[in-house]
Design a protein. Sequence first.
Length: 309
Amino acid sequence: MTGPDIALEMASQRDGQRFTGGHPVGWLPLILLPAAVLISGRLLTPWALMWGLAIAIYGALKWMTWWRGRGIVPQVSLRRSLAYLFLWPGMDAPNFLDVRRTPTPVTRAELVRAVTTTVLGLFLLFGAVRMVPSSLPLVAGWIGLFSLIFILHFGSFRLVSIWWRWLGIEAVPVMRAPVAAASLGEFWGARWNTAFHVLARDYMVRPLRRRIGVPAAMLVAFVGSGLVHDLVISVPAGAGYGLPTAYFSLQGLALLLERAPVGRRLGLGRGLRGRLFAIAVTALPAFWLFHPAFVVNVVVPFLRALGAR
């Protein structure tokens, strides 16, 4: 191995240690917590297994990002660490933990939108879902899914972001008007679920880009996200295996197409074409992500447990 190759390998190793946390204390819960839920899966209903896996993976990732963040930000207080771990859904630990960060200002319009979206989600959950005939479980399940997304991601999560920013802590909203995305890259990179973007960037793309290049690293990140969604969605449903992974693989391939010379010539990353391309790629195959088995076997029983059906 030549001198430049050795230097490149050392730099790659430093990137991996910096962005993945390196130490087993940082990443071991990501294996142990989901495994514990899976072992006890026979004792749980499908919807309880789904939530158990989601909470286990989420909690492990929160811990992993906090472990990395405390090594980047100097003098992290216990109070702010606990707030990040238990009272904030985002995954950008360095921003949240750093007292030197200036929070993004809160506007009255933002607050009104967050409250309105939460109320709309509650109406859909406890009103519209009940109006759907029992012979149409897929329709009821999809309405329920939208209601939960409105209540959580667009509503309460935004309200929590507003609360922390009012208190002087930078808490970047998890959802940032995804319908306004002018391209697929903007949709996934800046607007839809910024927590996923932070995780993919810091723990997959950056450590892998020196070894396999940025395009391949991006594709690996999307496939990895698909596998996690398969675990949370398809395993509790007992069917539909591979469909969430196919959905996210399609997102990665479409993003590579958008950024390729042919995609740029076709204008897939800008203007009306970019917007339509993003909508077509993300929305039309959404039934791969939330496939019928998941909606019928997991979502609908959960809606009944909530008293929404």
